[in-house]
Write a protein that binds this ligand. Structure first.
Ligand SMILES: *[C@@H]1O[C@H](CO)[C@@H](O)[C@H](O)[C@H]1NC(C)=O
Ligand SMILES: *[C@@H]1O[C@H](CO)[C@@H](O)[C@H](O)[C@H]1NC(C)=O
Ligand SMILES: *[C@@H]1O[C@H](CO)[C@@H](O)[C@H](O)[C@H]1NC(C)=O
Ligand SMILES: *[C@@H]1O[C@H](CO)[C@@H](O)[C@H](O)[C@H]1NC(C)=O
Ligand SMILES: *[C@@H]1O[C@H](CO)[C@@H](O)[C@H](O)[C@H]1NC(C)=O
Ligand SMILES: *[C@@H]1O[C@H](CO)[C@@H](O)[C@H](O)[C@H]1NC(C)=O
Ligand SMILES: *[C@@H]1O[C@H](CO)[C@@H](O)[C@H](O)[C@H]1NC(C)=O
Ligand SMILES: *[C@@H]1O[C@H](CO)[C@@H](O)[C@H](O)[C@H]1NC(C)=O
Ligand SMILES: *[C@@H]1O[C@H](CO)[C@@H](O)[C@H](O)[C@H]1NC(C)=O
Ligand SMILES: *[C@@H]1O[C@H](CO)[C@@H](O)[C@H](O)[C@H]1NC(C)=O
Ligand SMILES: *[C@@H]1O[C@H](CO)[C@@H](O)[C@H](O)[C@H]1NC(C)=O
Ligand SMILES: *[C@@H]1O[C@H](CO)[C@@H](O)[C@H](O)[C@H]1NC(C)=O
Length: 733
């Protein structure tokens, strides 16, 4: 039975048994009531929502209604008690009701590393592409957003610029901010202006102009640029101090779709929601898809455990983070001339001056009630500043460095094996992060030397020849809701990325850090997402009419294969592999899909006709004729879970590809990778006579799974294009 149906039945049972009682305002919390497709007479939206609420809240309806969504889809945000929530959930036209939860941000050399030089082919339509960035806002004065040479935005653009403490230009063509509860923090600009840095970083990665003198205080010096320097930006500030609420994310989707953005980028996510209609990003990106807009999302920073991905709907792109070949190291040189190399982004220069070194465990703040067992971790207030002042401090854990700075330390050396050292962090004072083995050597030196001294060097950059591999923090698949849909889709650079920054935000984001910079280096799937967003915009500039699914297909089927030896968890780490911008504009074939295909998929997931009709706003039903299966959703990837007892699989996948290459071409299909399963495509030859022609085939996977994961790929090759799809068969418990 359907999950939604079950939910509704449960709700009705609870309702009939609950005793109605008046709720005080304190019991009420904000819920999002999602009502599917846009109302035809959208001007009446708020009054229709009020009328609905009057049946439950009486005269309090108006004051409880916080926001109405009416431009691109239908719904509202309202404060309700849990009893009232159940009554609203049972009303006609309501698809789902879910609490207004919080999501977190998923916190330049990258383009050259991908074989995508500045002089890559450009269309003259790049400037017609508008990227909607949902994040912490923008620092519009950054050189990356200079609009010199830009004409007016395309006439289709209907967005606005909320000009509180900000001005837009022909590069930043729109800017709005959202805060449904109206509660602001002390650092917040009540404006699209970015006090955090993250939104500015993300926007410049996707579409920043070419800036030749970028760098972070001498590190990573070079040219910074977005994927499509000529694309426009529309800023939707939905995140405040790194927290983004569902109600605000949905409000931004409601506007952005109608404003006329072409691609949406969201580098945030929350706890996985087990229902596609219980999640703001899944709902918003579904409506964006209906309007021809691809949404690019970050996979999340909860890796390396399996099943941790936070954005996984089939209609949007989910991006994992991989490393680039530039890695930052920071050396500690001791008085005995031993040098230990750790990982960090250290812009401070001690100029070879040595400082005494002290072990945190030997410097407890005794009057504060601390002893060595807490001061060894250099926790807040745990250190005796009279002992620490002017010295380099050795700490037994990675922390943000603020307690050391407050205690007056000259530098900090941290040691430990967690988190893995595949990315470098900035600290508010000279700092490096050593392995546990090196940390022990430093401890022993301090322990056995009467006047231990040392110095921390400015970071050095080295070539990481193992790159790219998936970062340890990058969230992994499989898809927690639909096991047989591969997620993430793609990996893109997300480690130690240099991009534009907010002029009020400290380099290390630690308050006492005095450094303010125009460009900064940070890591996360947050940084990977806008790389993919930018590539999607690049494809859109060549193929303005392509659907979101076609753009996504082009990105997936042209990816560089990644190495399963250096990246754990195979496809669940990197999806199809590493993004390949230069090839993505010319994929040869695309796996297209539209709203009806996703509706069929949702039918197969057990959603009811009634709910789907509300979502789609039309009469589409899950009849036997339209009822799809998960395996037949026309995706450019194949995933199959093999369950106990036998782990025997025998599954057919239907697919259709459309020719977007050359008129007369013959593709040969080859499956490579698996020796233990029988994987075939039928037919194995596809001959196209014209552009736009569609041909279908099936992929059959049969056999018994004896490993935990089998990775293979299907490649359609016409001698010019290699259209590669990842195939993954894996064991579930
Ligand atoms: C309106 O809210 C107040 C305060 O929460 C409550 O006392 C009153 O009963 C509510 N009125 C209705 C009609 O629900
Ligand atoms: C959907 O949201 C409702 C309302 O909060 C919640 O009770 C339910 O558990 C959620 N369902 C799923 C499948 O997450
Ligand atoms: C406006 O922005 C500037 C930075 O350009 C900032 O210093 C100032 O505090 C802001 N004003 C308000 C009212 O937020
Ligand atoms: C520090 O010493 C190293 C050699 O130990 C030398 O290469 C470097 O130039 C010195 N740096 C400064 C700032 O003096
Ligand atoms: C010790 O800790 C207390 C708070 O517990 C703090 O007020 C004090 O400044 C600390 N002392 C030193 C010397 O750091
Ligand atoms: C250190 O302090 C903790 C409590 O703060 C206490 O449990 C522990 O026994 C102390 N250790 C020593 C060696 O005094
Ligand atoms: C050296 O380390 C040992 C064991 O941790 C400790 O008991 C001793 O006090 C330390 N000596 C110095 C000088 O730090
Ligand atoms: C790193 O080395 C590879 C070859 O080993 C080279 O292609 C690449 O350009 C180098 N990267 C940097 C940043 O020097
Ligand atoms: C994958 O990485 C391993 C370990 O670095 C290496 O030995 C192997 O050759 C790589 N495979 C490919 C296909 O590059
Ligand atoms: C569609 O498929 C789902 C799952 O296979 C099934 O539960 C549902 O009953 C089917 N609906 C129709 C109308 O065949
Ligand atoms: C849905 O079907 C009804 C009759 O079955 C028809 O009157 C209505 O126009 C249809 N609506 C849409 C959006 O197709
Ligand atoms: C696999 O399934 C197909 C039907 O989809 C069936 O015809 C075939 O016999 C099955 N193969 C085996 C080995 O069971």
């Amino acid at each position: 039975m359907s999950r939604l149906l079950l939910l509704t039945l449960c709700l009705m049972m609870i309702m009939t048994s609950s005793i109605a009682r008046a709720s005080s305002d304190d019991d009420r919390k904000a819920y999002i009531v999602y009502m599917g497709d846009r109302l035809k007479a959208d001007l009446h939206g708020p009054s229709i929502h009020r009328n609905m609420l009057e049946q439950v809240l009486g005269s309090n309806a108006s004051s409880s209604l916080l926001h109405s969504y009416t431009r691109s889809f239908n719904g509202f945000v309202v404060k309700l008690s849990s009893e009232e929530m159940l009554q609203v959930a049972a009303m006609n036209g309501v698809v789902s009701v879910f609490p207004n939860r919080k999501k977190q941000l998923h916190t330049t050399r990258t383009w050259d590393f991908m074989g995508f030089p500045q002089e890559a082919d450009r269309t003259n339509t790049g400037s017609d592409v508008i990227i909607g960035v949902f994040d912490t806002g923008i620092w519009p004065e950054s050189d990356s957003f200079d609009d010199t040479g830009f004409g007016l935005p395309p006439v289709t653009w209907k967005g606005i610029c909320q000009t509180s403490n900000i001005t837009c230009n022909n590069k930043i063509v729109g800017a709005r901010y959202y805060k449904s509860d109206g509660v602001y923090g002390p650092q917040d600009f009540v404006s699209p202006r970015d006090s955090e840095g993250h939104g500015t970083h993300v926007a410049s990665t996707a579409a920043g102009g070419v800036v030749n003198t970028a760098g972070l205080i001498g590190l990573a010096a070079g040219t910074a640029r977005g994927a499509v320097p000529s694309a426009r930006l529309a800023i939707y500030k939905v995140c405040w101090s790194a927290i983004c609420e569902d109600a605000d994310i949905l409000a931004a989707f409601d506007d952005a779709i109608e404003d006329g953005v072409n691609i949406i980028s969201i580098s945030a996510g929350g706890e996985p929601s087990l229902n596609y209609f219980n999640d703001s990003i899944a709902i918003g990106s579904f409506h964006a898809m209906k309007h021809g807009i691809l949404t690019s999302t970050s996979a999340g920073n909860d890796g390396p455990d399996l099943g941790t991905i936070s954005n996984y709907s089939p209609w949007h792109l989910s991006v994992a983070a991989s490393t680039i070949d530039r890695k930052f190291f920071t050396k500690l040189k001791l008085g005995n001339n031993k040098v230990y190399q750790g990982v960090s982004v250290n812009t401070f220069d001690m100029k070879n001056v040595t400082y005494p070194i002290i072990y945190g465990g030997n410097a407890p703040n005794v009057t504060g009630g601390f002893n060595g067992s807490s001061s060894r971790y250099c926790e807040t207030d745990s250190l005796d500043s009279t002992l620490v002042k002017g010295k380099i401090l050795l700490c037994d854990v990675l922390n943000d460095g603020e307690p050391a700075l407050q205690a007056g330390a000259a530098g900090i050396v941290m040691q430990g094996d967690e988190p893995a050292k595949d990315f470098a962090v900035s600290f508010p004072l000279p700092a490096t992060f050593l392995s546990a083995d090196d940390g022990l050597n430093v401890f022993n030196y301090i322990n056995r030397t009467s006047n231990p001294i040392g110095t921390i060097l400015k970071s050095n950059e080295e070539n990481d020849t193992f790159a790219p591999y998936v970062a340890s923090f990058s969230s992994r698949g499989p898809n927690p809701v639909t096991f047989d849909i591969l997620k993430p889709d793609i990996a893109a650079p997300g480690v130690d990325i240099l991009a534009a920054w907010s002029s009020v935000s400290p380099v290390s984001r630690v308050k006492s850090d005095q450094r303010r910079v125009p460009y900064n280096i940070i890591s996360g799937t947050s940084m990977a997402c806008p790389h993919a967003t930018g590539v999607a915009a690049y494809i859109k500039s060549f193929h303005p009419s392509w659907s979101p699914a076609a753009i996504k297909s082009a990105i997936i089927t042209t990816a560089f294969p990644m190495n399963a030896t250096t990246s754990l968890d195979n496809e669940f780490g990197y999806g199809a592999g590493h993004i390949n911008p230069a090839r993505a504009i010319n994929p040869g074939l695309v796996y297209d899909a539209g709203e009806i295909d996703y509706v069929k998929f949702l039918c197969a997931q057990g959603y009811s006709n009634k709910h789907l009709q509300i979502v789609t706003g039309d009469n589409s039903t899950c009849s036997e004729a339209t009822n799809g299966t998960v395996w037949d959703l026309n995706l450019p990837s194949f995933a199959l879970a093999a369950s106990l007892p036998a782990r025997y699989v025998n599954q057919t996948f239907q697919r259709t590809v459309m020719n977007v290459g050359s008129p007369g071409c013959t593709y040969k299909g080859t499956v490579t990778g698996s020796s233990t399963l029988n994987i075939q495509s039928e037919p194995s030859v596809l001959s196209f006579t014209h552009i736009g022609q569609k041909l279908s085939f099936v992929v059959k996977i049969e056999g018994r799974l004896i490993e935990s994961i089998v990775s293979a790929s299907l490649v359609w090759d016409d001698g010019l294009h290699q259209v590669r799809s990842p195939i993954v068969v894996y064991a579930t418990s």
